[in-house]
Design a binder for this molecule. Structure first.
Ligand code: SF4
Length: 207
């Protein structure tokens, strides 16, 4: 379990590097993320790493039992509504269950995409292809469509992929993960829920 702790601390350090890269790119572009109408906590994001799932689980374990109960109920409702909307072929736009009164109640444990979204970025794929991604609509409004600096996601994604390999090796976990925050929270906090990681809930620190 010491090895697990070490890997979670490595992820915390990587998250701090992401926050720093975001701050720097935001400063160079003169961008401030504050109170936009198109709240990115409503964006449909999928999360793919066991490392982030386990870090979120750790964060949930630090909340009070009452908050976890409230959150579990909300996550299940959001997850079920999302599934119905998707099944009906309509676009999904649900507020993340961790967002309460316009603030993230697990800000220190929020996943990678919440930390990097909004600023235009570049990414060098392992195969050599390079891609550039846009910023959010608020970025375009504040900074025009021509960014002064791109956030380079390459070293951050590379470090995350290396860490993910180590976490999966430690837990001998081989399945693919594609989960929303609502699905992850529902799986971690709800006793009767299944999901790809349900079998691990008792092996790894249970909140
Ligand atoms: S984890 Fe936090 S920052 Fe990310 S979408 Fe949810 S409320 Fe927003």
């Amino acid at each position: 379990m010491d090895q697990h702790r070490h890997l979670m601390e490595t992820l915390a350090t990587l998250y701090a590097e992401m926050d720093q890269a975001y701050e720097e790119a935001a400063r160079k572009n003169g961008f401030t993320c504050h109170g936009c109408e198109e709240n990115c906590c409503r964006t449909l994001f999928y999360h793919h790493t066991l490392a982030e799932y386990l870090y979120l689980q750790e964060g949930l374990g630090q909340l009070s039992a009452e908050t976890r109960r409230r959150l579990a109920g909300r996550a299940i409702e959001v997850r079920d509504r999302m599934h119905k909307t998707e099944a009906a072929g309509r676009p999904v736009s649900e507020m993340c269950p961790l967002n309460e009164d316009e603030r993230c109640i697990l800000y220190a444990h929020r996943p990678m995409i919440c930390r990097l979204h909004g600023i235009p970025h570049r990414l060098q794929r392992p195969g050599g292809q390079s891609q550039v991604g846009p910023g959010c609509r608020e970025f375009d409004r504040q900074c025009s469509l021509q960014p002064k600096a791109l956030l380079d996601r390459t070293p951050l994604y590379t470090a995350m992929a290396q860490l993910e390999r180590r976490v999966r090796a430690l837990w001998d976990y081989r399945n693919k993960i594609k989960m929303t925050l609502a699905e992850m929270i529902a799986t971690i906090l709800s006793d009767d829920d299944g999901g790809p990681l349900a079998g691990m809930r008792n092996e790894i620190h249970r909140p």
